[in-house]
Write a protein that binds this ligand. Structure first.
Ligand code: GRF
Length: 210
């Protein structure tokens, strides 16, 4: 399974994927100079910056992202902290599967503006006792694709957005590696398996505890 990873910033999820030794064919950033690119370089992974200012418009840039993934032979594109909506030109240029990781239990605390600490502030403002992580298919709708995997994370008394974000981020790294492991094991003729780590009464997949 050849991965392409789209990033915009810190790159801790990318690092989790690289540490787990998945095959990353290309890392694409929409912003120059971000830490995620240092992680790619440190792991000797090919990376490219495709920023909108280098193209006629965002649609042309998104087509270039899709073309870069296709020419790198990517099977699965992972949005790991990628901070822009992908336009239809992306989906025309890249025919493979695209998934995203989001730091809440979607559909709760998703959609427009739900990025970074705003997600965790929204959880605290709602007095939720549980939050978590969602990995979902990416479609043209923001945070709207089919949910592949979720993992619950407790909200603890005294949490602020930063402490909650740190706890959720650790769960993100675990769920991402577990889910990619599960996807990589899928047989071509098989139905995609959902890996649900630590939610409700469903038994956790073995990967969830690794
Ligand atoms: C993560 O919280 C991810 O769920 C969200 O953006 C953040 C990216 O963090 N989509 P990092 O760049 O992987 O450290």
């Amino acid at each position: 399974m050849r991965l392409g990873v789209l990033v915009s910033g810190r790159g801790s999820n990318l690092e989790a994927v690289l540490r787990a030794e998945f095959e990353v064919a290309i890392v694409i950033s929409n912003r120059p100079g971000v830490r995620a690119l240092e992680a790619a370089a440190a792991h000797r992974v090919r990376w490219v910056v495709l920023q909108v200012s280098d193209f006629a418009d965002a649609s042309a840039r998104d087509a270039a992202i899709g073309e870069a993934l296709s020419s790198a032979g990517v099977d699965l594109a992972l949005l790991a902290g990628y901070d822009r909506l992908l336009r239809p030109s992306y989906f025309s240029a890249f025919g493979g599967r695209t998934i995203n990781i989001h730091p809440s239990l979607l559909p709760a605390h998703g959609g427009a503006g739900m990025v970074g600490l705003a997600v965790h502030r929204s959880v605290l403002d709602a007095d939720d006792v549980e939050t978590g992580v969602t990995i979902h298919e990416v479609s043209a709708d923001l945070d709207g694709g089919r949910i592949i995997a979720q993992s619950g994370v407790p909200v603890r008394p005294g949490d602020d957005a930063e402490t909650l974000a740190a706890r959720v981020l650790r769960a993100e790294h675990r769920l991402l590696v577990a889910t990619l492991t599960s996807i990589a094991r899928e047989r071509p003729e098989g139905t995609p398996r959902a890996s649900i780590c630590g939610r409700g009464s469903a038994p956790a997949a073995p990967e969830c505890t690794q």
